[in-house]
Design a protein around this ligand. Structure first.
Ligand SMILES: Cc1cc2nc3c(=O)[nH]c(=O)nc-3n(C[C@H](O)[C@H](O)[C@H](O)COP(=O)(O)OP(=O)(O)OC[C@H]3O[C@@H](n4cnc5c(N)ncnc54)[C@H](O)[C@@H]3O)c2cc1C
Length: 405
């Protein structure tokens, strides 16, 4: 018989069960408290660091799982535990990926370990791309980076917004415009090292959900960073800009834009996996409740009106996971996302999470609407998945463009 299988191997099962234990025993019991406090749960990040769950090594290992499932399995379990706390744990990874994608080996070796710190002194990192006038429309970015050749320093000015860990991070990765004529092809990423003068936290947002995760503006006023903080280095930047200018001259703008969008495809299944985790968590609470809550002399699950909802919830969660696994496998196997399969997985899983968590509230009735039960928090948390890392509308744009090509 052929080799196709959806069976997890022993290593994967072990890691999944280990993470599940942490999610169930450490994260879930703390979830309501940190949601109310709206603060970064440092003690839990420290605990995760001690166990090796908050560490560069752990994420690198999962990233290099040859089946592609290491990251989705990790995300699903942690976000099953609690989305806000989980984002505090994996948010540094966003910044790390920014360096891994664009940095030289030396930059990766210098900055990525610093982003995590160590178990006795944990640090977090932030990835700052979005701006008040450049959300979905990344090409409208205004933060400028100007090279001061005499000193070989870059000078950054602008305001970033919505930065996860913005202002509380040690290392910030900042995307800025180096050539305004080239749209998103004229952007470059910079490391802003710890305690660099001129970088400050603007307003911290009070949010609907994932409230244990810190989200804030980051203001850059004449922030000077050394030349070696330009990710990828100056020669590579100059080459890339020259190529982009040639293409722009040849009227190849649209293809250039599509290529830029394609780079996000590979990270989107990870967000889909987060959504699957939240959806599964709410579904499990609703299933247990439906089996034990008695009305009209029998458990409410004995009414088809309730049981069919649960059947649909479970079916859609499993479908979402399969889309996530497919896209993750494709990314690892180097298969091209010809139909924007990464975006498909994020779009579907995030919409499922929003709907399934709402259904869970309905199944719990009045209790579902209170903070005595976790499903209202899960519903608030789930609303983020259709917004960040590209809204659902942007995913549909990417998918439909891929289909129309
Ligand atoms: C909690 C949180 C954490 C975040 N973390 C980070 C982070 O760490 N780093 C970072 O850089 N960013 C981060 N973001 C930013 C996030 O990626 C943006 O919010 C997102 O890209 C949407 O941008 P926007 O909020 O400006 O919405 P807008 O782009 O203004 O969109 C508003 C609405 O218009 C729709 N829309 C826009 N354009 C079109 C179109 N062409 N066709 C159809 N509909 C359209 C959108 O889908 C949306 O429904 C975070 C956001 C949040 C809320």
């Amino acid at each position: 018989m052929g080799e196709f299988t959806l069976e997890l191997n022993e290593d994967q099962k072990q890691v999944r069960d280990w993470l599940h234990g942490f999610a169930a025993d450490v994260m879930r019991p703390a979830a309501a408290e940190w949601d109310e406090r709206e603060e970064t749960p440092w003690p839990i990040i420290q605990e995760a660091a001690k166990l090796g769950i908050y560490s560069l090594d752990f994420y690198a290992q999962q990233f290099f799982d040859p089946t592609g499932l290491g990251i989705p399995l990790t995300m699903e379990e942690l976000f099953w535990g609690d989305a806000g706390i989980a984002l505090s744990i994996v948010g540094t990874g966003l910044a790390a990926v920014g360096v891994l994608a664009n940095g030289t080996e030396e930059q990766i070796g210098t900055w990525v370990p610093q982003m995590y710190g160590d178990a006795t002194d944990v640090k977090v990192a932030a990835f700052c791309s979005s701006e008040p006038d450049a959300g979905s429309d990344v090409a409208s970015m205004r933060t400028r980076a100007v090279h001061d050749e005499a000193k070989d320093e870059w000078v950054l000015n602008g305001t970033k917004t919505w930065a996860t860990n913005g202002g509380i991070a040690d290392v910030h990765v900042v995307v800025a415009v180096v050539d305004p004529a080239l749209g998103s092809r004229g952007h470059a990423s910079f490391i802003v090292p710890p305690n660099t003068p001129g970088l400050s936290q603007g307003q911290k947002f009070r949010k609907h959900g994932i409230r244990a995760s810190h989200t804030a503006e980051v203001v850059l006023e004449d922030v000077r960073v050394p030349g070696h903080c330009l990710l990828g280095g100056k020669d590579k930047l100059d080459e890339r800009l020259a190529r982009a200018r040639e293409k722009a001259k040849a009227g190849d703008g649209e293809r250039v834009k599509n290529a830029a969008m394609a780079t996000f495809e590979a990270s989107r299944p990870a967000v889909g996996a987060m959504a699957v985790g939240t959806a599964r968590a709410a579904y499990e609470v609703a299933l247990d409740y439906a089996k034990t809550r008695v009305q009209f002399g029998r458990p409410i699950i004995e009414n088809q009106g309730v049981a069919f909802q649960l059947a649909d919830m479970r079916t859609r969660i499993d479908a979402a996971r399969l889309l996530v696994w497919r896209a993750s496998w494709m990314a690892t196997a180097g298969k091209p996302f010809t139909s924007a399969e990464g975006s498909m997985s994020k779009l579907y899983a995030s919409e499922v999470a929003k709907e399934v968590t709402a259904q869970a509230i309905q199944i719990l009735g009045g209790n579902g609407y209170t903070r005595e039960y976790p499903v209202e928090r899960m519903h608030r948390d789930a609303a983020i998945y259709t917004i960040f890392e590209g809204t659902s509308e942007i995913q549909r744009m990417v998918i439909s463009r891929a289909l129309a090509r």
